[in-house]
Design a binder for this molecule. Structure first.
Ligand code: 13P
Length: 254
């Protein structure tokens, strides 16, 4: 049985005050009601120190949303994996579709980021997913397979033993349009089967999260699917009660 992971991706949202209030509310809510699912908050870099302090000793893990592909040095504006580790991060989102689309991140660059994260003792959450156009043209599996295969080719199948995957159909992100549980399950079981062609044990163990307008209202039915092992939650993670309801759905899915 894979322990569900519910991870909030705050993206570029919040103020110091709202970040503090949200962290406090999630810590408090999780301590009372959640236990079986693992919970994490992936916050903007500037709130990591706050997160390190406020999440310390709680059941809520800290995560970042991006990392530099290089270990350190003259890379103005970048943040190294070792820095994230120092601030108590356990997870780092890599290859989010917003990074692929707006910042030109390629599979090759993402593969390097994954190495930086794991060699620093953290776990990447590797995001994959197709655009609406690709889905409508029938290319969903081709696109997702090529994103996964690129990482296998660069880093080896063993690297998947140290990471999580998030399937995030681009057309469902921030649109309010969620993949149906069946649509998500179909792609997520495809991802697992793709990995199993290389290593059955790793494929069976890896957690594959779903991301794309996961909310309190649809989390339970998504998490009930056999290959959906958690959620990477954007908008709904910015509202404590909404996020906590998803965490409870994660608990109930065990
Ligand atoms: P939304 O939940 O806002 O659709 O965002 C999903 C996402 O991109 C999580 O990484």
């Amino acid at each position: 049985m894979r322990q569900p992971l519910i991870a909030g991706n705050w993206k570029m949202n919040g103020t110091r005050a709202s970040a503090e209030a949200l962290m406090r509310a999630v810590v408090e809510g999780v301590s009372g009601t959640v236990g079986k699912a693992e919970v994490a908050l992936c916050v903007p870099f500037v709130f990591l120190e706050l997160g390190e302090r406020l999440l310390a000793g709680s059941a809520v893990h800290l995560g970042a949303q991006n990392v530099c592909s290089e270990p350190g040095g003259a890379y103005t504006g970048e943040i190294a994996a070792t820095m994230l580790k120092e601030f108590g991060c356990r997870y780092v989102i890599c290859g989010h579709s917003e990074r692929r689309e707006y910042y030109g991140e390629t599979d090759e660059l993402i593969a390097k980021k994954l190495v930086r994260v794991t060699e620093s003792g953290m776990r990447p959450i590797l995001c994959v997913g197709e655009t609406l156009e690709q889905r409508e043209q029938g290319f969903t599996q081709t696109v997702v397979a090529s994103q996964i295969d690129a990482i296998i080719a660069a880093n080896g199948i063993e690297s998947f033993a140290q990471m999580e995957i998030a399937y995030e159909p681009v057309w469902a992100i921030g649109t309010g349009r969620t993949a149906t549980p069946e649509q998500a399950q179909e792609v997520q079981s495809f991802i697992r089967a793709r990995l199993a062609e290389h290593d059955k044990v790793i494929a069976e163990k890896i957690r594959i999260l779903y991301g794309g307008s996961m909310k309190a209202g649809n989390a339970a039915e998504l998490l009930a699917m056999p290959d959906i092992d958690g959620g990477l939650v954007g908008g709904a993670s910015l509202v404590a009660e909404e996020f906590l309801a998803i965490c409870r759905a994660g608990d109930a899915s065990v």
